[in-house]
Write a protein of this length. Structure first.
Length: 62
């Protein structure tokens, strides 16, 4: 495990999780790092989802 305050987090597409009628099964996930001291809240970023074929909001999951 790495030393320091940076941790690895997963970002999950919110539209893939809630939409049942999409083209392909699965949920798109990205991994990134964040500084635990500076950013204590959960991160929300707009990323490209290949399942939805558009830019959607991706939220941090545990």
């Amino acid at each position: 495990m790495a030393k320091g305050v940076r941790i690895i987090i997963s970002l999950e597409c919110t539209e893939c999780r809630t939409n049942i009628d999409k083209r392909s099964p699965g949920v798109n996930r990205y991994t990134t790092t964040k500084n635990r001291r500076n950013t204590t809240a959960r991160i929300e970023l707009k990323k490209f989802c290949p399942h939805c074929n558009k830019h959607t909001v991706h939220k941090e999951i545990k």
